[in-house]
Design a protein around this ligand. Structure first.
Ligand SMILES: NC(=O)c1ccc[n+]([C@@H]2O[C@H](COP(=O)([O-])OP(=O)(O)OC[C@H]3O[C@@H](n4cnc5c(N)ncnc54)[C@H](O)[C@@H]3O)[C@@H](O)[C@H]2O)c1
Length: 346
């Protein structure tokens, strides 16, 4: 199979991951790196690919088939639309954009130019999440009723040496909770409304360090999510799923989905259900599916190629990215107003 040339724009923390995986992938190859930093220039030399300080020059010179956008959030809208207008498919890292308006621009450009967009909510590509989605979709849980999600862990003090992480938009709502909201949307469908309380009392920065969120889904289910980056706790999908090497894996669950017939945990994929009688006096049996492992970023690149070839529809489309962003932004709005926020039908 010919490898499809993919370029990476933004060679920072997550860009490096995409660069390395693209350079060593079976179905795509690394075509170029665009990032004005000296580190990025050296990286391009070490991977033996062209380097560009300006991503537009790269797009017009290299003409890659696809691009991974791994730049700061505020740049996503303009860079994605520049790629789409040139007919180049994109994976845009999460959040799809810094504002809902920019996210709509990306969705509209994708529709107008008929160019596919994938949003980098990589959990959707993890075999654990795929299996969970199959279990929920099969109806085995019965009517989905509730979800309890923990996103609790401890970011080290030096993480906050970077100024933007101490200010609005740099906190765990937009950086971490957005993944949990996307995952819940992937399993339960769209959010109807939500309420939230946030706190910055532990670190004392302008940005929140903790939040409690209650969501109502259009399917009728309710969910509660506790998020904090200031707690010495292991109950967090990134720590539990072992998806990323830089986080030591903890053998715990972070997500508990409960239905009228059975319940499901993630990432351990335990299904709890009654085998004999059905009620709180009867024993519940737990069945644990063999843990599925795999690198979701590698799978995301495979899927990206299949989407570009027209063989698969995007697992996380621009519309998904937009709706996940709307729900995440609504957490800030709900916390500020103290009232429930109903989401638009975008
Ligand atoms: N999916 C995930 O799990 C995950 C994890 C981390 C970050 N992210 C997302 O990835 C994006 C990047 O985050 P990061 O932590 O890697 O940031 P970073 O600050 O480490 O890296 C950003 C890079 O982009 C470069 N850059 C800035 N403006 C540019 C431009 N106009 N053209 C080309 N390059 C430019 C910078 O020089 C820098 O090297 C963010 O949107 C973030 O939310 C996603």
């Amino acid at each position: 199979m010919n490898k499809l040339p993919i370029a990476v724009i933004g060679a920072g923390l997550i860009g490096k991951v995409h660069i390395d995986l693209a350079a060593n992938h079976n179905e795509v190859c690394l075509a170029a790196i665009a990032d004005p930093s000296e580190t990025a220039r050296q990286m391009a030399t070490s991977y033996n690919v062209p380097w560009f300080a300006d991503y537009r020059s790269m797009l017009d010179t290299v003409k890659p088939k696809g691009v991974v956008i791994a730049t700061p959030n505020v740049t996503h809208g303009a860079i994605a639309v520049d790629c789409i207008e040139r007919g180049i498919a994109v994976i845009v890292e999460k959040p799809i954009a810094y504002t809902v308006e920019d996210a709509r621009r990306i969705r509209d450009a994708s529709q107008e130019f008929k160019v596919p967009v994938l949003v980098g909510h990589q959990r959707r590509h993890n075999p654990i999440v795929r299996r969970a989605r199959e279990i929920v979709a099969s109806g085995r849980l019965g009517r989905p009723v509730s979800a309890t999600v923990l996103c609790t862990w401890l970011k080290p003090d030096e993480y906050f040496d970077t100024a933007w992480r101490r200010t609005k938009g740099g906190g765990p709502i937009l950086i971490n909770l957005i993944h949990d909201i996307d995952l819940l949307r992937h399993l339960f469908g769209d959010v109807q409304s939500l309420q939230a309380v946030t706190s910055n009392e532990t670190r004392g920065f302008e940005v929140e360090d903790t939040a409690a969120v209650v969501l109502k889904f259009k399917n009728g289910a309710l969910a509660t999510v506790s998020v904090s980056d200031t707690t010495a706790a292991p109950w967090n999908y990134d720590l539990a799923a072992g998806e990323v090497e830089r986080f030591p894996q903890q053998d715990v669950n972070s997500h508990y989905l409960c239905g009228t017939d059975a319940s499901l945990t993630l990432p351990r994929l335990e299904v709890w259900e009654y085998r004999t009688g059905k009620g709180w006096h009867d024993p519940l049996t737990a069945e644990r599916t063999a843990l599925h492992t795999g690198c979701p970023y590698t799978e995301q690149l495979r899927h990206f190629r299949a989407v570009i070839d027209g063989a698969e529809a995007p697992v996380c489309s621009a519309l998904d990215g937009l709706r996940t962003l709307q729900a995440t932004m609504a957490v800030h709005a709900a916390a500020a107003s103290g009232a429930a926020v109903t989401l638009p039908d975008d």
